[in-house]
Design a binder for this molecule. Structure first.
Ligand code: AKB
Length: 314
């Protein structure tokens, strides 16, 4: 049985991942950590306050709980990182470095997410290959490329079992994303239920890879459970469920809310970031090496998001 430490456990991925890990591996085997505390965090299972830039506390907590696996999620997302690049660099890179060092000392299995943000304008936009040029124009993307390389380095130099996924925009009704370029793909559903209209900060015709949270969570567990001998690319695998532009979300929502309207008020900063990212990733390596498969297409996401948001917000 694994004993897993999760950083950034109260974030968009962490909240739901911790629940699923606890169902899979047992409540007491999953140690949730975050820089802040939520009301019921400690009632649900082991929880520790942890600032990932504090190397000593990081090591103490990991040792005290005798973990064998690290899932390092704490990071600043793309749009927020652009507002304060220096602080994003510090949190994203020092946090990752500390997570890797603790994992090296304790010989932990290691996972950290990368992103479609790790590519840039020079990478092919359609069927973006697993291995291609990566010249991101955002500090977040630069962090992600450096992070992928650092994880490769720990694997090659120390034999640490590092694994990663390049996540697309993640859609969920449970915890809001907070500070990403793809946040509109979550906001649009809340606004559809609350006001039947949405004003998109991303321009019509801007395609990005997307995925529903349950597919993302299963992907993490499947990758971590895969026999290491099958893994060639490790840090980090392209995955995607579908590629969509804002108007595709609107069309899909109109199947359920016919008078839903979509307008645009483009934010030049986030638009520039979105335009520098791929339209659609090639996911062959993830499929071949660990059997990646997504179950939710845009229509299934829309149905589930609208059903759950209207249940919770009414
Ligand atoms: C963001 O928009 O920053 C994230 C991501 C795609 O990495 N959702």
């Amino acid at each position: 049985m694994k004993r897993i430490l999760v950083t950034g456990a109260l974030g968009q991925i962490g909240t739901e991942l911790v629940d699923l890990l606890r169902k899979t591996y047992g409540i007491s085997n999953v140690i949730a950590t975050d820089i802040r505390e939520s009301k019921n965090a400690r009632e649900k299972g082991p929880f520790e306050l942890l600032d990932v830039t504090d190397e000593k506390s990081f090591a103490l907590i990991a040792k005290r709980h005798n973990v064998d696996t690290m899932i390092h999620l704490a990071s600043i997302l793309s749009a927020n990182a652009e507002k304060n690049p220096l602080s994003a660099w510090n949190i994203n890179m020092s946090g990752l470095w500390n997570a890797l060092e603790v994992s090296r000392e304790m010989n932990l299995q290691f996972f950290t997410p990368s992103s479609i943000g790790a590519f840039g304008q020079l990478a092919p936009k359609e069927n973006t290959p697993q291995v291609t040029i990566q010249r991101p124009i955002t500090i977040y993307g630069i962090n992600k490329v450096a992070g992928e390389l650092l994880c490769d380095y720990y694997f090659m130099r120390y034999g640490l079992d590092t694994r990663g996924i390049r996540f697309p925009g993640l859609i969920s009704y449970v915890t809001p994303p907070g500070g990403g370029t793809t946040d509109y793909a979550v906001e649009i559903y809340h606004e559809a239920i609350n006001s039947k209209k949405y004003i998109s900060y991303i321009r019509k015709g801007t395609y990005l890879d997307m995925m529903y949270m349950p597919d993302a969570l299963h992907a993490i567990i499947e990758l971590m459970e895969t026999n290491p001998e099958n893994l060639v690319h490790r840090n980090a695998y392209n995955i995607s469920a579908f590629s969509a532009a804002p108007e595709n979300f609107a069309e899909s929502i109109r199947q359920h809310i016919p008078d839903f309207t979509l307008d645009y008020n483009v934010d030049p900063v986030r638009q520039k970031v979105a335009e520098s990212w791929p339209n659609h990733l090639d996911c062959t390596a993830a499929k071949e090496e660990w059997g990646f498969k997504a179950n939710y297409d845009l229509e299934k996401v829309t149905e589930d998001m609208l059903k759950n948001i209207s249940r919770e917000e009414r």
